[in-house]
Design a protein. Structure first.
Length: 174
């Protein structure tokens, strides 16, 4: 799977170094559920959870790589939110690549893939109230605030959702 500037690789054990780089950064983890860097054991659990999701459901998180040089710049994917039926869109970009539209570019491709290829009926998103760039991405994806979701056990999160019907209507208006 790819976009104009990115290609997506299914997460693998070989991505351990990238995961360590990303999840050990105070800046990059500030708005994640923990709100702070993850230790080595926690990073290994996160990686294993991503791998297990792929093995169980046949979809999950991808590593985002620049087409220009194959450098990993982030991640994006769809996953079930903590053993629920809710499918959550997840994305993160390394700070040196912020403000270039990569997050939205990847998330839009994943949203489209979720509806058009995987046949998902609704996609949820969550971002901390203070994480304005992520909130903007969710809104640009056509998601609307949704109060009926509660996962991650974090009251500082704003939840969003887009249904297949809303997605189809969005496609008509573009």
């Amino acid at each position: 799977m790819d976009t104009e500037r990115l290609y997506f690789t299914i997460i693998s054990p070989e991505d351990r170094d990238f995961f360590s780089l990303y999840y050990s950064s105070a800046l990059l983890t500030k708005y994640l559920p923990k709100g702070a860097p993850y230790n080595t054991e926690e990073i290994e659990i996160l990686l294993q959870n991503r791998l297990n999701h792929w093995n169980t459901f046949g979809f999950g998180t991808y590593i985002l790589r620049l087409k220009a040089d194959s450098a990993p710049i982030g991640y994006c994917g769809l996953e079930h939110a903590y053993e629920s039926e809710m499918v959550d869109i997840r994305y993160g970009i390394i700070d040196q690549y912020w403000n270039n539209g990569f997050g939205f570019e990847a998330a839009r491709k994943i949203r489209d893939h979720g509806f058009n290829t995987l046949g998902i009926k609704q996609i949820f998103g969550a971002a901390k109230h203070k994480n304005l760039p992520s909130l903007r991405i969710l809104e640009k994806l056509g998601m609307i605030p949704f109060n009926g979701a509660q996962f991650f056990n974090d009251s500082s999160l704003q939840f969003y959702r887009i249904t297949r019907q809303q997605y189809d209507e969005l496609a008509i208006t573009i």
